[in-house]
Design a protein around this ligand. Structure first.
Ligand SMILES: C[S@@+](CC[C@H](N)C(=O)[O-])C[C@H]1O[C@@H](n2cnc3c(N)ncnc32)[C@H](O)[C@@H]1O
Length: 171
């Protein structure tokens, strides 16, 4: 089922409005909320998702959309890569939109081991994740891959906290 925008989507969207420029990749595009927001700032937006149903929906909405398992089907480089990943640990639901692996950060770990090949010079990354994703570990993964970690916003919800982070290459 295509992920319908929730708190995490809206929190990330606030920063997509601020940072979208040049060429933008919305990875894990789902309903297309981030790609559609970025399109208000730039015409060069690519949406990609592992869920073929989501890709079909965005194509029908006229977006440039394609199937990709992380970067498996991406060759281009971008000024901004947006990713609202599946980030819940041990998810009982076995939902590709929610299940971040046993510990919750495994999808982000794979993402950060590959993303540098898809960023232009001075390219940036915007991500959102939860206190359930083990924020210390996420920060460690980001630093290990030679990126800077800048917390843009932290939002407390009843059962978790959400974090929006801007990630850039070390100079
Ligand atoms: C939490 S939803 C976010 C949807 C939307 N971007 C938003 O902000 O509401 C995560 C999305 O990532 C997609 N996804 C999960 N694993 C993926 C992977 N390995 N490669 C690409 N997309 C993936 C899911 O299908 C889902 O659409």
């Amino acid at each position: 089922m295509i992920y319908q925008p929730r708190e995490d989507s809206f929190l990330l969207q606030k920063y997509v409005k601020k940072y979208a420029k040049g060429s933008v990749l919305d990875l894990g595009s789902g309903s297309g909320i981030q790609a559609l927001t970025a399109l208000k700032k730039t015409k060069e937006v690519l949406a990609a998702d592992i869920d073929k149903e989501a890709v079909k929906l965005l194509k029908a909405k006229g977006l440039n959309s394609r199937f990709s398992n992380l970067f498996s089907n991406i060759k281009e480089k971008f000024d901004l890569i947006i990713f609202n990943p599946p980030y819940l640990p041990n998810s009982k639901f076995k939902d590709i939109a929610l299940d971040g692996g046993k510990k919750g950060y495994e999808v982000l770990e794979r993402f950060f081991s590959q993303v540098k090949n898809y960023l232009k010079k001075d390219g940036k990354i915007l991500i959102v994740f939860s206190s359930l994703t083990k924020p210390k570990k996420v920060k460690e993964i980001i630093k290990k891959n030679n990126f800077n970690f800048k917390l843009l916003e932290e939002k407390k919800l009843p059962f978790e906290k959400l974090y929006v982070v801007l990630v850039e290459k070390f100079l």
